[in-house]
Write a protein that binds this ligand. Structure first.
Ligand code: G3I
Length: 395
Protein backbone atom coordinates (compact mmCIF):
# COMPACT_ATOMS: atom_id res chain seq x y z
CA UNK A 1 0.00 0.00 0.00
CA UNK A 2 1.21 3.47 -0.77
CA UNK A 3 0.86 5.12 2.59
CA UNK A 4 -0.08 8.64 1.48
CA UNK A 5 0.56 11.36 4.02
CA UNK A 6 0.81 8.65 6.64
CA UNK A 7 2.97 9.45 9.62
CA UNK A 8 3.26 5.71 10.34
CA UNK A 9 5.15 3.32 8.11
CA UNK A 10 2.89 0.29 8.39
CA UNK A 11 5.39 -1.85 10.25
CA UNK A 12 6.71 0.84 12.54
CA UNK A 13 7.05 0.72 16.27
CA UNK A 14 4.75 3.71 16.40
CA UNK A 15 1.95 1.61 15.01
CA UNK A 16 2.66 -1.05 17.58
CA UNK A 17 2.61 1.53 20.35
CA UNK A 18 -0.66 3.05 19.20
CA UNK A 19 -2.19 -0.42 18.86
CA UNK A 20 -1.20 -1.21 22.43
CA UNK A 21 -2.65 2.09 23.57
CA UNK A 22 -5.97 1.26 21.96
CA UNK A 23 -5.88 -2.30 23.25
CA UNK A 24 -5.24 -1.04 26.76
CA UNK A 25 -8.26 1.24 26.65
CA UNK A 26 -10.61 -1.68 26.05
CA UNK A 27 -13.28 0.71 24.81
CA UNK A 28 -12.73 0.75 21.08
CA UNK A 29 -11.77 -1.67 18.36
CA UNK A 30 -8.05 -2.35 18.38
CA UNK A 31 -5.51 -3.01 15.71
CA UNK A 32 -5.55 -6.62 16.94
CA UNK A 33 -9.29 -7.18 17.08
CA UNK A 34 -10.29 -4.96 14.19
CA UNK A 35 -11.00 -7.22 11.26
CA UNK A 36 -8.93 -6.55 8.18
CA UNK A 37 -11.10 -4.34 5.96
CA UNK A 38 -9.65 -6.01 2.93
CA UNK A 39 -10.56 -9.51 4.06
CA UNK A 40 -14.15 -8.70 3.09
CA UNK A 41 -15.38 -9.94 6.46
CA UNK A 42 -16.52 -6.58 7.73
CA UNK A 43 -19.92 -5.21 6.77
CA UNK A 44 -20.02 -2.71 3.97
CA UNK A 45 -21.34 0.80 4.23
CA UNK A 46 -22.92 0.62 0.80
CA UNK A 47 -24.88 -2.51 1.73
CA UNK A 48 -25.88 -1.19 5.15
CA UNK A 49 -27.33 1.94 3.51
CA UNK A 50 -28.51 0.36 0.26
CA UNK A 51 -32.14 1.13 0.98
CA UNK A 52 -31.47 4.67 2.17
CA UNK A 53 -28.94 6.54 0.03
CA UNK A 54 -25.68 6.21 -1.87
CA UNK A 55 -22.48 6.13 0.15
CA UNK A 56 -19.62 7.85 -1.64
CA UNK A 57 -15.96 8.68 -1.23
CA UNK A 58 -13.63 11.17 -2.92
CA UNK A 59 -10.41 9.53 -4.07
CA UNK A 60 -7.44 11.67 -5.02
CA UNK A 61 -5.16 10.66 -7.89
CA UNK A 62 -2.76 8.88 -5.49
CA UNK A 63 -5.37 6.12 -5.17
CA UNK A 64 -4.53 5.10 -8.76
CA UNK A 65 -1.31 3.66 -7.35
CA UNK A 66 -2.78 2.15 -4.18
CA UNK A 67 -4.42 -1.24 -4.84
CA UNK A 68 -5.39 -1.64 -1.17
CA UNK A 69 -7.26 1.67 -1.15
CA UNK A 70 -8.93 0.72 -4.44
CA UNK A 71 -10.10 -2.51 -2.91
CA UNK A 72 -11.54 -0.72 0.10
CA UNK A 73 -13.19 1.83 -2.17
CA UNK A 74 -14.93 -0.81 -4.25
CA UNK A 75 -15.88 -2.85 -1.20
CA UNK A 76 -17.37 -0.05 0.91
CA UNK A 77 -18.70 2.64 -1.42
CA UNK A 78 -21.07 2.87 -4.36
CA UNK A 79 -20.28 6.40 -5.50
CA UNK A 80 -17.12 8.36 -6.22
CA UNK A 81 -16.40 12.06 -6.55
CA UNK A 82 -12.95 12.93 -7.92
CA UNK A 83 -11.18 14.96 -5.23
CA UNK A 84 -9.31 17.20 -7.67
CA UNK A 85 -8.84 15.72 -11.14
CA UNK A 86 -12.01 17.09 -12.76
CA UNK A 87 -11.49 20.63 -11.51
CA UNK A 88 -10.76 23.20 -14.21
CA UNK A 89 -7.06 23.62 -13.30
CA UNK A 90 -6.53 19.85 -13.52
CA UNK A 91 -8.61 19.01 -16.56
CA UNK A 92 -7.93 22.10 -18.72
CA UNK A 93 -4.75 23.66 -17.32
CA UNK A 94 -4.14 25.61 -20.53
CA UNK A 95 -6.75 26.81 -22.96
CA UNK A 96 -7.70 23.94 -25.27
CA UNK A 97 -5.23 21.53 -23.61
CA UNK A 98 -7.17 18.93 -21.70
CA UNK A 99 -5.83 16.25 -19.40
CA UNK A 100 -8.53 13.63 -19.05
CA UNK A 101 -6.18 10.86 -17.94
CA UNK A 102 -7.06 10.81 -14.22
CA UNK A 103 -10.75 11.44 -14.75
CA UNK A 104 -10.87 8.67 -17.36
CA UNK A 105 -9.19 6.31 -14.90
CA UNK A 106 -11.71 7.07 -12.18
CA UNK A 107 -14.78 6.80 -14.41
CA UNK A 108 -13.55 3.44 -15.73
CA UNK A 109 -12.80 2.26 -12.18
CA UNK A 110 -16.29 3.25 -11.07
CA UNK A 111 -17.93 1.49 -14.01
CA UNK A 112 -15.94 -1.66 -13.37
CA UNK A 113 -17.15 -1.69 -9.78
CA UNK A 114 -20.74 -0.56 -10.47
CA UNK A 115 -20.29 2.76 -8.70
CA UNK A 116 -21.95 6.07 -9.57
CA UNK A 117 -19.75 9.00 -10.52
CA UNK A 118 -20.30 12.57 -9.39
CA UNK A 119 -18.56 15.21 -11.51
CA UNK A 120 -16.79 17.87 -9.43
CA UNK A 121 -16.72 20.74 -10.34
CA UNK A 122 -17.41 23.00 -13.34
CA UNK A 123 -17.57 26.61 -12.16
CA UNK A 124 -15.65 27.60 -9.02
CA UNK A 125 -13.71 30.67 -7.92
CA UNK A 126 -10.84 28.42 -6.83
CA UNK A 127 -8.66 25.91 -8.74
CA UNK A 128 -9.65 27.63 -12.00
CA UNK A 129 -6.70 28.77 -14.10
CA UNK A 130 -6.19 32.46 -14.73
CA UNK A 131 -6.38 32.05 -18.51
CA UNK A 132 -10.18 31.82 -18.27
CA UNK A 133 -10.21 35.50 -17.32
CA UNK A 134 -7.49 36.96 -19.53
CA UNK A 135 -7.05 37.64 -23.22
CA UNK A 136 -4.14 35.99 -25.06
CA UNK A 137 -2.06 39.12 -24.47
CA UNK A 138 -2.78 39.22 -20.75
CA UNK A 139 -5.55 41.84 -20.69
CA UNK A 140 -8.73 41.29 -18.66
CA UNK A 141 -11.15 39.12 -20.63
CA UNK A 142 -14.50 40.54 -21.64
CA UNK A 143 -17.68 39.06 -20.21
CA UNK A 144 -18.41 37.46 -23.60
CA UNK A 145 -14.98 35.84 -23.81
CA UNK A 146 -15.17 34.44 -20.27
CA UNK A 147 -18.65 33.02 -20.96
CA UNK A 148 -17.49 31.53 -24.26
CA UNK A 149 -14.68 29.76 -22.39
CA UNK A 150 -17.03 28.56 -19.67
CA UNK A 151 -19.34 27.12 -22.31
CA UNK A 152 -16.50 25.42 -24.19
CA UNK A 153 -15.09 24.01 -20.95
CA UNK A 154 -18.40 22.63 -19.75
CA UNK A 155 -19.34 21.29 -23.17
CA UNK A 156 -16.00 19.47 -23.49
CA UNK A 157 -15.88 18.03 -19.98
CA UNK A 158 -19.54 17.14 -19.48
CA UNK A 159 -19.76 15.99 -23.11
CA UNK A 160 -16.82 13.61 -22.76
CA UNK A 161 -18.56 11.70 -19.96
CA UNK A 162 -22.11 12.05 -21.27
CA UNK A 163 -24.29 9.23 -19.99
CA UNK A 164 -21.62 8.04 -17.52
CA UNK A 165 -22.02 10.61 -14.73
CA UNK A 166 -24.94 10.54 -12.30
CA UNK A 167 -24.70 14.24 -11.57
CA UNK A 168 -22.45 17.29 -11.67
CA UNK A 169 -21.50 19.79 -9.00
CA UNK A 170 -22.10 22.50 -11.57
CA UNK A 171 -21.35 25.52 -9.42
CA UNK A 172 -19.31 25.34 -6.25
CA UNK A 173 -19.26 27.81 -3.34
CA UNK A 174 -20.79 30.82 -5.09
CA UNK A 175 -22.86 32.05 -2.15
CA UNK A 176 -21.38 34.80 0.04
CA UNK A 177 -20.14 34.07 3.56
CA UNK A 178 -21.12 35.93 6.69
CA UNK A 179 -21.66 39.39 5.16
CA UNK A 180 -24.76 40.64 3.46
CA UNK A 181 -23.86 39.84 -0.10
CA UNK A 182 -25.94 37.13 -1.71
CA UNK A 183 -22.99 35.91 -3.79
CA UNK A 184 -19.21 35.73 -3.25
CA UNK A 185 -18.14 39.07 -4.68
CA UNK A 186 -14.44 38.29 -5.01
CA UNK A 187 -14.97 35.35 -7.38
CA UNK A 188 -13.39 36.00 -10.77
CA UNK A 189 -16.61 34.70 -12.33
CA UNK A 190 -18.54 37.41 -10.49
CA UNK A 191 -16.04 40.09 -11.40
CA UNK A 192 -15.90 39.24 -15.10
CA UNK A 193 -19.36 37.82 -15.80
CA UNK A 194 -21.54 38.75 -12.81
CA UNK A 195 -24.23 36.61 -11.13
CA UNK A 196 -25.42 35.26 -14.46
CA UNK A 197 -22.42 32.90 -14.60
CA UNK A 198 -24.42 30.57 -12.37
CA UNK A 199 -27.41 30.32 -14.70
CA UNK A 200 -25.14 29.98 -17.71
CA UNK A 201 -23.15 27.15 -16.12
CA UNK A 202 -26.34 25.20 -15.35
CA UNK A 203 -27.67 25.79 -18.87
CA UNK A 204 -24.40 24.71 -20.54
CA UNK A 205 -24.18 21.57 -18.38
CA UNK A 206 -27.75 20.58 -19.16
CA UNK A 207 -27.17 21.08 -22.88
CA UNK A 208 -24.06 18.89 -22.77
CA UNK A 209 -25.73 15.97 -20.94
CA UNK A 210 -29.51 16.38 -20.66
CA UNK A 211 -29.86 13.26 -18.48
CA UNK A 212 -27.27 14.21 -15.86
CA UNK A 213 -28.43 15.55 -12.53
CA UNK A 214 -27.21 19.06 -11.74
CA UNK A 215 -26.25 20.27 -8.27
CA UNK A 216 -25.23 23.41 -6.43
CA UNK A 217 -22.54 22.55 -3.85
CA UNK A 218 -21.33 24.60 -0.87
CA UNK A 219 -20.01 24.54 2.69
CA UNK A 220 -21.98 25.85 5.70
CA UNK A 221 -25.27 25.54 3.81
CA UNK A 222 -26.78 24.41 7.12
CA UNK A 223 -26.07 27.80 8.72
CA UNK A 224 -29.28 29.85 8.71
CA UNK A 225 -27.80 32.89 6.91
CA UNK A 226 -26.19 30.83 4.17
CA UNK A 227 -29.22 28.55 3.88
CA UNK A 228 -31.39 31.56 3.08
CA UNK A 229 -29.00 32.65 0.33
CA UNK A 230 -28.68 29.12 -1.05
CA UNK A 231 -32.45 28.81 -1.25
CA UNK A 232 -32.61 32.14 -3.09
CA UNK A 233 -30.07 30.77 -5.58
CA UNK A 234 -32.10 27.58 -6.09
CA UNK A 235 -35.34 29.51 -6.51
CA UNK A 236 -33.76 31.86 -9.03
CA UNK A 237 -32.64 28.92 -11.18
CA UNK A 238 -36.06 27.29 -10.88
CA UNK A 239 -37.83 30.55 -11.76
CA UNK A 240 -35.76 30.75 -14.93
CA UNK A 241 -36.77 27.21 -15.89
CA UNK A 242 -33.26 25.79 -15.42
CA UNK A 243 -32.62 22.28 -14.24
CA UNK A 244 -31.34 21.93 -10.68
CA UNK A 245 -31.77 18.56 -9.02
CA UNK A 246 -30.07 18.99 -5.72
CA UNK A 247 -28.02 20.94 -3.23
CA UNK A 248 -24.80 19.52 -1.84
CA UNK A 249 -24.09 20.33 1.78
CA UNK A 250 -20.36 19.70 2.02
CA UNK A 251 -20.19 18.69 5.68
CA UNK A 252 -16.64 19.65 6.67
CA UNK A 253 -17.39 19.57 10.34
CA UNK A 254 -15.77 19.10 13.71
CA UNK A 255 -17.08 16.70 16.32
CA UNK A 256 -19.39 19.48 17.48
CA UNK A 257 -21.80 20.85 14.95
CA UNK A 258 -25.48 21.74 15.12
CA UNK A 259 -27.50 18.77 13.93
CA UNK A 260 -30.61 20.89 14.46
CA UNK A 261 -29.47 23.36 11.82
CA UNK A 262 -28.74 20.50 9.45
CA UNK A 263 -32.23 19.08 9.92
CA UNK A 264 -33.77 22.49 9.31
CA UNK A 265 -31.68 22.87 6.13
CA UNK A 266 -32.79 19.46 4.85
CA UNK A 267 -36.44 20.34 5.46
CA UNK A 268 -36.22 23.76 3.84
CA UNK A 269 -34.40 22.42 0.79
CA UNK A 270 -36.93 19.61 0.51
CA UNK A 271 -39.67 22.25 0.47
CA UNK A 272 -37.95 23.79 -2.58
CA UNK A 273 -38.30 20.45 -4.37
CA UNK A 274 -34.60 19.59 -4.54
CA UNK A 275 -32.65 16.58 -3.32
CA UNK A 276 -30.05 16.99 -0.61
CA UNK A 277 -26.64 15.32 -0.49
CA UNK A 278 -23.85 15.44 2.04
CA UNK A 279 -21.08 15.76 -0.48
CA UNK A 280 -17.76 16.15 1.35
CA UNK A 281 -18.25 14.74 4.81
CA UNK A 282 -15.41 14.59 7.34
CA UNK A 283 -15.03 15.27 11.06
CA UNK A 284 -11.93 17.19 12.04
CA UNK A 285 -10.56 16.27 15.49
CA UNK A 286 -7.70 18.80 15.59
CA UNK A 287 -7.72 22.22 17.26
CA UNK A 288 -7.90 25.45 15.28
CA UNK A 289 -5.31 28.18 15.61
CA UNK A 290 -5.06 28.81 19.32
CA UNK A 291 -5.11 32.21 20.89
CA UNK A 292 -2.34 32.91 23.35
CA UNK A 293 0.02 30.12 22.32
CA UNK A 294 3.61 31.25 22.80
CA UNK A 295 4.92 30.82 19.28
CA UNK A 296 8.54 31.20 20.41
CA UNK A 297 8.10 27.80 22.09
CA UNK A 298 7.92 25.90 18.80
CA UNK A 299 7.75 22.41 20.29
CA UNK A 300 4.86 23.31 22.58
CA UNK A 301 3.09 25.15 19.78
CA UNK A 302 3.43 22.18 17.44
CA UNK A 303 2.19 19.69 19.99
CA UNK A 304 -0.77 21.93 20.82
CA UNK A 305 -1.80 22.18 17.21
CA UNK A 306 -0.97 18.61 16.24
CA UNK A 307 -1.77 16.68 19.41
CA UNK A 308 -2.57 13.29 17.86
CA UNK A 309 0.47 12.83 15.65
CA UNK A 310 1.19 9.50 17.33
CA UNK A 311 -2.39 8.25 17.35
CA UNK A 312 -5.84 9.46 18.24
CA UNK A 313 -6.90 8.84 21.86
CA UNK A 314 -9.77 6.38 22.31
CA UNK A 315 -11.99 8.96 23.97
CA UNK A 316 -11.67 11.27 20.97
CA UNK A 317 -12.41 8.40 18.59
CA UNK A 318 -15.43 7.52 20.70
CA UNK A 319 -16.75 11.08 20.67
CA UNK A 320 -16.30 11.17 16.93
CA UNK A 321 -18.06 7.82 16.55
CA UNK A 322 -21.00 9.00 18.64
CA UNK A 323 -21.32 12.13 16.53
CA UNK A 324 -21.15 10.17 13.28
CA UNK A 325 -23.86 7.86 14.66
CA UNK A 326 -26.10 10.80 15.56
CA UNK A 327 -25.54 12.31 12.13
CA UNK A 328 -26.39 9.11 10.26
CA UNK A 329 -29.46 8.63 12.46
CA UNK A 330 -30.67 12.05 11.33
CA UNK A 331 -29.84 11.37 7.69
CA UNK A 332 -31.74 8.09 7.82
CA UNK A 333 -34.75 9.92 9.20
CA UNK A 334 -34.65 12.10 6.07
CA UNK A 335 -33.88 9.39 3.57
CA UNK A 336 -36.74 10.61 1.39
CA UNK A 337 -34.73 13.76 0.70
CA UNK A 338 -31.10 12.76 1.29
CA UNK A 339 -29.92 10.79 -1.73
CA UNK A 340 -26.18 10.49 -1.12
CA UNK A 341 -23.61 10.84 1.64
CA UNK A 342 -20.06 11.13 0.35
CA UNK A 343 -16.92 11.26 2.49
CA UNK A 344 -14.12 13.59 1.42
CA UNK A 345 -11.34 11.05 1.09
CA UNK A 346 -11.23 7.33 1.75
CA UNK A 347 -9.15 7.03 4.89
CA UNK A 348 -7.46 9.32 7.41
CA UNK A 349 -4.12 9.19 5.60
CA UNK A 350 -5.69 10.56 2.45
CA UNK A 351 -7.71 13.36 4.02
CA UNK A 352 -7.09 16.96 2.89
CA UNK A 353 -7.43 17.89 6.57
CA UNK A 354 -3.86 16.69 7.18
CA UNK A 355 -2.78 19.76 5.22
CA UNK A 356 -5.45 22.34 5.96
CA UNK A 357 -5.54 24.86 7.50
CA UNK A 358 -2.05 23.96 8.70
CA UNK A 359 0.08 21.67 6.51
CA UNK A 360 1.67 18.49 7.78
CA UNK A 361 -0.59 17.59 10.71
CA UNK A 362 -2.09 14.22 11.52
CA UNK A 363 -5.86 14.38 11.41
CA UNK A 364 -8.28 11.51 12.00
CA UNK A 365 -11.42 12.70 10.26
CA UNK A 366 -12.81 9.69 8.37
CA UNK A 367 -14.11 6.17 9.03
CA UNK A 368 -10.92 4.26 8.13
CA UNK A 369 -7.52 4.79 9.69
CA UNK A 370 -4.14 5.13 8.01
CA UNK A 371 -3.89 1.38 7.58
CA UNK A 372 -7.36 1.34 6.03
CA UNK A 373 -8.74 -0.37 9.10
CA UNK A 374 -12.24 0.52 10.31
CA UNK A 375 -12.37 2.97 13.20
CA UNK A 376 -15.00 3.16 15.95
CA UNK A 377 -16.77 5.70 13.73
CA UNK A 378 -17.14 3.05 11.01
CA UNK A 379 -18.83 0.64 13.41
CA UNK A 380 -21.02 3.44 14.73
CA UNK A 381 -22.19 4.30 11.22
CA UNK A 382 -22.88 0.64 10.43
CA UNK A 383 -24.78 0.32 13.71
CA UNK A 384 -26.83 3.41 12.97
CA UNK A 385 -28.18 1.60 9.91
CA UNK A 386 -28.83 -1.58 11.83
CA UNK A 387 -28.75 -1.21 15.60
CA UNK A 388 -28.61 -4.99 16.10
CA UNK A 389 -25.48 -5.30 13.97
CA UNK A 390 -22.83 -7.49 15.55
CA UNK A 391 -20.13 -5.43 13.84
CA UNK A 392 -19.48 -2.98 16.64
CA UNK A 393 -16.68 -4.27 18.84
CA UNK A 394 -17.81 -2.12 21.78
CA UNK A 395 -18.35 -4.11 24.95
O1 G3I B 1 -0.72 18.87 -7.34
C1 G3I B 1 0.14 19.73 -6.57
C2 G3I B 1 1.51 19.13 -6.49
O2 G3I B 1 2.07 19.09 -7.76
C3 G3I B 1 2.35 20.00 -5.54
O3 G3I B 1 3.60 19.42 -5.36
C4 G3I B 1 1.67 20.13 -4.18
C5 G3I B 1 2.44 21.05 -3.22
O4 G3I B 1 1.56 21.76 -2.37
O5 G3I B 1 0.39 20.68 -4.38
C6 G3I B 1 -0.44 19.88 -5.18
O6 G3I B 1 -1.65 20.51 -5.33
C7 G3I B 1 -2.51 20.46 -4.20
C8 G3I B 1 -3.80 19.78 -4.63
O7 G3I B 1 -4.73 19.82 -3.58
C9 G3I B 1 -3.60 18.32 -5.05
O8 G3I B 1 -3.19 17.56 -3.96
C10 G3I B 1 -2.78 21.87 -3.73
O9 G3I B 1 -1.58 22.42 -3.18
C11 G3I B 1 -3.87 21.86 -2.68
O10 G3I B 1 -4.23 23.20 -2.38
C12 G3I B 1 -5.08 21.15 -3.21
O11 G3I B 1 -6.04 21.11 -2.20
C13 G3I B 1 -7.32 20.69 -2.58
C14 G3I B 1 -8.32 21.80 -2.29
O12 G3I B 1 -9.63 21.34 -2.59
C15 G3I B 1 -8.05 23.04 -3.08
O13 G3I B 1 -8.92 24.01 -2.69
C16 G3I B 1 -7.66 19.46 -1.77
O14 G3I B 1 -6.83 18.37 -2.15
C17 G3I B 1 -9.13 19.08 -1.99
O15 G3I B 1 -9.49 18.09 -1.06
C18 G3I B 1 -10.01 20.30 -1.74
O16 G3I B 1 -11.35 19.96 -2.02
C19 G3I B 1 -12.31 20.99 -1.77
C20 G3I B 1 -13.50 20.73 -2.67
O17 G3I B 1 -13.08 20.63 -4.01
C21 G3I B 1 -14.55 21.83 -2.54
N1 G3I B 1 -14.94 21.99 -1.15
C22 G3I B 1 -13.85 22.17 -0.20
C23 G3I B 1 -12.86 21.02 -0.33
C24 G3I B 1 -11.81 21.12 0.73
O18 G3I B 1 -11.04 22.29 0.53
Amino acid sequence: MLSMRSPFPSSSLTTLASSLLLAASGTVGTAWSNPDPLSEKIPSLKEAYAKAFLIGAAPGVAVEKDPAAQKLLAQQFNAVTPENCMKPESIQPKEGEFDFSHADWLVRFAETHHMKVIGHTLAWHHQTPGWFFKTKDGQPASRELALERLEKHITAVVGRYKGRILGWDVVNEAVGDGNNSQLRENSPWMKVVGPEFIEKAFAYAHAADPDAELYYNDYNVERPDKLKKTIALVKNLQAKGLRIDGVGIQGHWGVKFPLKDLEEAILQLKACGVKVMLTELDMNVLPGRQQGADISDTAKWKSQLDPYAKGCPPEVLRKQADQYAALFGLLLKHRDTVTRVSFWGISDGYSWLNDWPIPGRTNHALLFDRELKPKPAFHAVINAANPSSPADPRP
